[in-house]
Design a protein around this ligand. Structure first.
Ligand code: NI
Ligand code: MN
Length: 237
């Protein structure tokens, strides 16, 4: 069991997470909500959003960021170049940062970490340079530390992320094709030395073939590991 200490972590399908703090603040990571075929209808209705974190500018991640940010006057955190694009689309509180940096957003603390992927933003017929893709370590008010890896392959510095930030739970892509599959994610879990894992970025499209069962088989020797295979709309905490 993961003790979320009053925080609620809800998977909206694909890479989208909604985090509700004990004080009722709402954080969205990779807000692909309306167009997300995996997101249950009931979960698409948002009452407030205080902070948005963007791992990269692909449509299945940056999704509804502009719309939601305008509606709720949300602070949107991303890598610098992506924040310039968000600002150009009318997002008033677009905060650009860089990897290794930590910033405060309301009651949460956000550290940007590396990810191995790409980050062009499709803007009409153009592809805009969005800077590099990233992942996030988020420290929630009760001290719960989570790692959202974004879209990434496994990389050796996940060991460094584990040692330096000691996340208690990791959201890791397992779908294969565009990101890690179960084989790479199993290695990521060993490098991070994390005991709670939520598999993400699988099952949304036929191409994303990785499954939580395959990941479980490859990690059954890791003592104390819990793979939380949520259904879209389900929560931990
Ligand atoms: Ni992507
Ligand atoms: Mn993706």
């Amino acid at each position: 069991m993961l003790n979320t200490r009053g925080n609620k972590l809800t998977w909206l399908g694909h890479a989208t997470f909604k985090i509700t703090t004990p004080g009722g603040k709402v954080i969205l990571i990779d807000p692909w909500v309306n167009g997300n075929p995996a997101c249950p209808k009931a979960a698409k209705k948002l009452e407030r959003v205080d902070t948005i974190l963007i791992t990269h500018g692909h449509g299945d991640h940056i999704g509804d960021a502009v719309k939601i940010a305008k509606k709720f006057k949300t602070q949107v955190i991303s890598i610098y170049e992506t924040s310039l694009w968000l600002a150009s689309k009318g997002v008033k509180n677009a905060t650009g940062m860089g990897k290794g940096g930590t910033i405060q957003s309301g009651e949460i603390e956000v550290t940007m970490v590396n990810a191995l992927h790409s980050n062009g933003i499709e803007d009409g017929k153009k592809i805009v340079y969005g800077g590099e893709p990233c992942g996030y370590i988020v420290r929630l008010p009760s001290g719960l530390k989570i790692y959202h890896a974004g879209d990434t392959s496994v990389f050796g510095d996940m060991k460094l992320i584990g040692e330096l930030y000691e996340p208690e739970v990791a959201m890791l892509p397992i779908g294969d094709y565009y990101t890690m599959g179960p084989r790479e994610a199993a290695m990521a879990i060993r490098l991070l030395n994390v005991k709670h894992v939520v598999p993400i970025h699988y099952g949304t499209f036929p191409a994303l073939t990785g499954t939580p069962d395959a990941l479980k088989k490859l990690t059954q020797d890791i003592s104390g590991l819990e793979i939380h295979a949520l259904k879209p709309g389900e929560s931990i905490g």
